[in-house]
Design a protein around this ligand. Structure first.
Ligand code: SF4
Length: 116
């Protein structure tokens, strides 16, 4: 199924504030995740998405499964991921913030899925 909008739709005139990851960028970022057992990123997410769960699926190439994991917790994930203040939520809670390394992901994790 083709999810692209036709050129005459108003929505096509607006760009995303941040560019989406390519599939290879998403896989590289996903492989940095430590898949924390008691993941603070989940606790910081208002919809409590299984963040390490869907990141693991991206890392293994199960893109459809990652989208299903997101939508199971948040049916509006494709929309909310574009406005979510990640620095205050999942990204801000990532354990990498306690080290010198940069945290996992530069944008809302639920935007990694190509379904978005
Ligand atoms: S806190 Fe960071 S490293 Fe841990 S599961 Fe969440 S995204 Fe991955």
């Amino acid at each position: 199924m083709d999810y692209n909008l036709s050129d005459n739709r108003l929505e096509t005139k607006f760009q995303d504030a941040k560019p989406l990851y390519s599939e290879s960028e998403a896989k590289i970022e996903a492989n940095r995740c430590l898949f924390c057992f008691d993941a603070p990123c989940i606790k910081a997410c208002p919809t409590e998405i299984d963040i390490p769960g869907f990141i693991r699926k991206i890392a293994s190439g199960n893109i459809r499964g990652s989208g299903e994991t997101i939508f199971r917790s948040n049916i509006l994930g494709a929309s909310t991921s574009r406005v979510c203040p990640v620095e205050e939520l999942c990204s801000g809670a990532c354990v990498y913030n306690r080290s010198e390394e940069r945290r996992v992901g530069k944008e809302c994790r639920s935007r990694w899925s190509p379904y978005h």
